[in-house]
Design a protein around this ligand. Structure first.
Ligand SMILES: *Cc1c(COP(=O)(O)O)cnc(C)c1O
Length: 448
């Protein structure tokens, strides 16, 4: 493998640069237009208007350049406007932009499916089909699980996030802002406690076993296992606050499902596609889900989602039962093939592990210094700290927002998350340079 330029366009300097207040005057002007034209329900974490992004930076209309610790919420994992993504998508744009796969197929769609079949942790013979978003992938995985088992029930976990459509909003745990006022919700969605070591109410040492026992109890006693089509789990919860279940929990969930004829759906919309130091986060514990959903990182910034599953389950839906007008758009498919190319060329799975080895000790050291950091956790380039009032662990969302705001004003794009809004999460693109990664951590240290 030759030396390949990791940064995007040559014009985009890989530097942190704060020239104005944040947001700057140009962004403020555009924000006023936004507020007059868009509903209030559409908000932004860092309301600066972007002109360019790539490598490890996001540049705004005022000439500010932010170190990117967000990747557009785990989407531009291989880098924003990554060279192979741009090249392939641009080529496709010039050839044709759409046929509707349900009208005329094209090869790139099939190739994305073949690639996901080859790489995904689903066992045996597999099939994949494509959609546009994560929520759509989760909805379709549930449809397939119901069709294949003839059962209606779906079990999800506390702190889980699965999307904003009616079904996936019903599956999402957190009320405000995702569900407040939007009911009634879809029926047959049941919620089990998540193995969340830092906030486990029982014996923290036995968190995995106790949470698995609670799931079995929910299935057997409350819902009835014979009524449950699938258990849907994020191997690491994303919006819920980068909750990494203790070792043994996911295999226990898989075993509980298998013993009851219940399908296991791994929602890898946020964790999948090299983010956690494996192509899929399921690999860290060797679990083999029946179905897996992907989206965020899959299209390299273009909207693309997928459901990959065991062939006999996927084929339970008769012809015409799956699809959508825009599903598997040809430009997005070419972009996804560019994503896999970038991952392979730059060994980005390993790069995610390297990023963890830089970030983790740095975050742990900050936690030593600051008693308001209650927990440090994550995998690969998906790391987080939980901000609390003190040793009792009371969540501190106000301080979290203040720290994040300070990072923004000092040129570091950070995101928050968590059921209590008290988690600072870090999702750098895997194309970020070591020096920018280190500089981002320094900015964070200063903000803390
Ligand atoms: C973001 C996310 C979704 C929803 O994806 P959209 O593309 O926003 O619909 C579903 N599941 C998980 C785990 C996510 O992180």
């Amino acid at each position: 493998m030759g030396v390949v330029e990791r940064e995007s366009g040559p014009g985009l300097a890989q530097v942190r640069r704060v020239r104005t207040e944040i947001p700057g005057p140009e962004s403020a002007r555009l924000l006023r237009r936004q507020h007059a034209a868009l509903p209030a329900g559409v908000g932004s974490s860092l309301p600066v208007f972007v002109t360019e992004a790539g490598g490890g930076v996001v540049v705004d209309v005022d000439g500010n350049s932010f170190i990117d610790f967000g990747s557009g919420i785990a989407v531009t994992t291989v880098g924003n406007a990554a060279p192979r993504v741009v090249e392939r998508a641009a080529g496709q744009l010039a050839r044709f932009t759409h046929t509707c796969f349900l009208v005329n197929p094209y090869e790139s769609y099939v190739e994305v499916c073949e690639t996901l079949n080859r790489l995904s942790p689903v066992p045996g013979e597999k099939r994949t089909f494509l959609v546009n978003t994560g929520a759509e992938a989760v909805e379709n995985a549930v449809k397939i699980a119901r069709a294949a088992t003839g059962r209606p029930g779906i079990v999800v976990f506390d702190h889980g996030y699965h999307g904003r459509t009616l079904l996936t909003m019903s599956m999402t745990a957190k009320n405000a802002p995702y569900k407040q006022g939007f009911g009634p919700f879809a029926p047959e969605v049941h919620r089990a406690p998540m193995a969340y070591p830092y906030r486990w109410r029982g014996d923290r040492e036995r968190c995995a076993e106790e949470a698995a026992a609670a799931l079995a109890d929910l299935l057997d006693r409350q819902v009835g296992a014979a009524n449950v089509a699938a258990v849907v789990v994020e191997p690491i919860q994303g919006e819920g606050g980068f909750i990494v279940p203790p070792t043994g929990f996911l295999p226990a969930v898989a075993e509980i499902c298998a013993a009851r004829g219940i399908l296991l759906i791994a929602d890898e919309v946020q964790t999948g596609i090299a983010r956690t130091g494996a192509l899929f986060a399921c690999e860290h514990e060797g679990i083999r889900p029946d179905l897996v959903t992907t989206a965020k990182g899959l299209g390299g910034g273009l909207p693309l989602g997928a459901v990959t599953g065991r062939a006999e389950l996927m084929d339970a839906v008769p012809p015409g039962g799956l699809g959508g007008t825009f599903s598997g758009n040809p430009v997005a498919c070419e972009a996804a093939l560019g994503v896999f190319d970038e991952i392979e060329r730059h060994d980005l799975v390993r790069r995610a592990g390297e990023i963890e080895r830089v970030m983790r000790p740095a975050l742990a050291e900050l936690a030593e210094r600051h008693p308001f950091i209650g927990d440090v956790r994550g995998r690969g380039a998906m790391q987080a700290v939980e901000i609390v009032r003190g040793p009792d662990g009371t969540p501190d969302p106000a301080r979290t927002a203040e720290i994040s705001g300070r990072c923004h004003r000092d040129g570091l794009l950070t995101l928050t998350a968590g059921s209590h809004g008290n988690v600072l999460r870090f999702l750098p693109p895997l194309s970020i340079s070591d020096s920018l990664l280190a500089e981002g951590l320094e900015v964070l240290a200063k903000a803390l």
